[in-house]
Design a protein around this ligand. Structure first.
Ligand code: 2PG
Length: 250
């Protein structure tokens, strides 16, 4: 049976600081490392043996993947890193404090930017040093493919070719696959896999460091899915993500 695990990276420095992160390459905190270790323990206790792993080109995801695989004694598993699994690009919001942004623009607007399906945040200028066109790791890519902002829909548009070309064929070959990525690139995949509506995806938040296991049928339709470990802890952690942008929060 094809098995897919989606794992959001452990807490990053900017998760802790409550800043919009997107494609900024911040590292995980010590608490994030502990989450990655725990994720490895949960996957090990589940008896998972991965055939392949995929991650982004951002170190919070790469380090989480390596940390979890090490706990499982599966550091040997082949890994592909791709920009297509990067976090959703947060445009001009990258680096801003989430609660301050809410105080300035209001809760409703910030929820639209954070969680709506097809409304992107204001774009980052191509000349901005933070634009991916000015980052060496993307130098070989067509500059037109590099976003200055993304909605969840356009994030899914760039995740899906990788899903179809790289991940789906492995699952169709009955392999067990781990994807370690980000809150919104994983929400995009979650929407695609579970077929939730655009209204429902607005309320979906993916907690850091808790493996989400999907049992799929041979056509890759979802038979069932669940967070590993304590379901209440996963629910509380998802609620905490939803509440990060409340005004006055820090
Ligand atoms: O800042 C970000 O890039 C994401 C994930 O950390 O945040 P949010 O949950 O607000 O979409």
């Amino acid at each position: 049976m094809p098995t897919l695990v989606l794992l959001r990276h452990g807490q990053s420095q900017w998760n802790l600081d409550n800043r919009f992160t997107g494609w900024v390459d911040v590292d995980i905190t010590e608490a994030g490392r502990q989450e990655a270790l725990k994720a490895g323990e949960l996957m090990k206790a589940e008896g998972l043996r991965f055939d392949f792993a995929h991650t982004s080109v951002l170190k919070r995801a790469i380090r989480t993947l390596n940390t979890a695989l090490e706990v499982m004694d599966q550091l040997w598993v082949p890994v592909e890193k791709t920009w297509r699994l990067n976090e959703r690009h947060y445009g001009a919001l990258q680096g801003l404090d989430k609660a301050e942004t809410t105080a300035k623009h209001g809760e409703a607007q910030v929820k639209i930017w954070r969680r709506s399906y097809d409304v992107p945040p204001p774009a980052m200028d191509l000349k901005d040093p933070g634009h991916p066109a000015n980052d060496l790791r993307y130098a070989k890519l067509d500059v037109k493919a590099l976003p200055g902002t993304e909605s969840l829909a356009t994030t899914l548009d760039r995740v899906l070719p990788y899903w179809h070309d790289a991940i789906a064929p492995q699952l169709k070959a009955q392999q067990t696959v781990l994807v370690t990525a980000h809150g919104n690139s994983l929400r995009a995949l979650y929407k695609y896999l579970t077929d939730v509506t655009e209204a429902q995806i607005l309320e979906i938040n993916i907690p850091t460091g808790i493996p989400l296991l999907f049992d799929l049928d041979d056509a890759l339709k979802v038979k069932s899915f669940r967070y590993l470990g304590d379901p209440d802890a996963a629910k509380r952690a998802a609620e905490a993500v939803a509440n990060q942008a409340k005004a006055g929060k820090h």
